[in-house]
Design a protein around this ligand. Structure first.
Ligand SMILES: [Zn+2]
Length: 323
């Protein structure tokens, strides 16, 4: 309960009016992305000279995190003069936006050797995976680290042009990548992979499944990636049929969540079951079952667990339990 209150701090600065429910983590940051300013060619010099700029560092899928004496980690936000000389600002960066008078810039220092990594950084900081600390970060910190992670994954995976194979260069404050070959010059923009995730219900029970790679006893909602030429509603129906052989109807939107592991947007739905006999068509799914409201409420007594607290899957289930 303490963590939920912590995440809801500074409510006025977050656009929670956009969603009538508990807002999913990694979203609703209230960050002003300044998409016009970031088009300016000299944005980096301007921000480097601004004392209100703060830098967040990213190294090989990990973010720089500070540990407070109270035990709450936070994103380490450095002033320019606090960045050690061996970690100087490179072209692998992204202007994230502005909030409360501060400008935020992410820097990817993945090319730095592990041996040199921590030289000169604050003593209470270390590089940690957002997967480990996401649930205990302040909402804003979780959002900017998630945003960085998604952008840098995209930058890392577009070092060569998909049309002609030439090298590429980052532009537009980290939000565009261009082929450097003069007679090609193909631009590429950040990509997010849409995935549907759905809570299927049948009266007072819901359909949950598990994959063999998950921790023992954990059950979650079904999910899968949208395919080209498919509506979101069709993707929901297809995935549920593939994974459980259940027909659904009345597919209704719940909420969405950026999910930077590595680059998805999760689109959450509820769907009513039209059939109830389960048959698993997909080898990836180890088990699928109907669980009653009482059973889900007492999962821990049954040796089972729900998905992680920062996930939209957990939100879909808990919202259903409350209603
Ligand atoms: Zn090209």
């Amino acid at each position: 309960m303490t963590l939920i209150i912590y995440n809801l701090g500074m409510v006025d600065n977050y656009p929670f009016h956009l969603f009538n429910g508990f807002p999913n983590l990694y979203g609703f940051s209230g960050l002003d992305r300044r998409s016009v300013e970031r088009e300016e060619p000299n944005w980096k010099q301007k921000l480097l000279n601004d004392p209100n700029t703060r830098f967040v560092l990213y190294w090989r899928s990990k973010s720089l995190i500070s540990e407070s004496t109270l035990g709450y980690p936070s994103a380490t936000k450095l002033k320019l003069e606090e960045i050690p000389p061996n970690l100087k600002v490179t072209d692998q960066n992204v202007f994230l936006g502005q909030k409360n008078g501060l400008w935020y810039v992410g820097i990817d220092i993945s090319s730095v050797d592990e041996f040199d990594l921590n030289k000169g950084l604050p003593e209470d900081s270390s590089f940690r995976n957002l997967r480990e600390v996401g649930t205990i970060l302040d909402r804003f910190d979780a959002c900017i680290l998630s945003y960085c992670r998604a952008i840098f994954y995209w930058q890392q995976n577009n070092k060569f042009c998909g049309v002609c194979g030439s090298k590429t260069a980052i532009s537009k404050a980290g939000h565009q990548i261009d082929c450097i070959k003069i007679n090609c010059g193909k631009p590429v923009f950040p990509r997010t992979d849409p995935a549907v995730i759905m809570l299927v219900y049948d009266g007072d029970r819901i359909l949950l499944g598990r994959q063999s790679v998950w921790k023992k006893g954990m059950y979650s909602t079904l999910a899968g990636f949208l395919e080209p030429g498919e509506t979101l509603e069709e993707a929901v129906a297809r995935e549920v049929f593939e994974e459980a052989n259940i027909d659904v109807e009345d597919v209704s939107y719940h909420s969405s969540q950026p999910w930077p592991f590595p680059s998805s947007i999760m689109l959450g739905f509820y769907a009513r079951a039209r059939s109830t006999d389960i048959y698993r068509n997909d080898e990836e799914v180890e088990d699928v079952q109907w669980f009653t409201r009482d059973e889900v409420s007492q999962f821990s007594k049954l040796g089972k667990s729900l998905p992680r607290k920062d996930s939209i899957a957990r939100c879909l289930i808990e919202d259903w339990l409350r209603n």
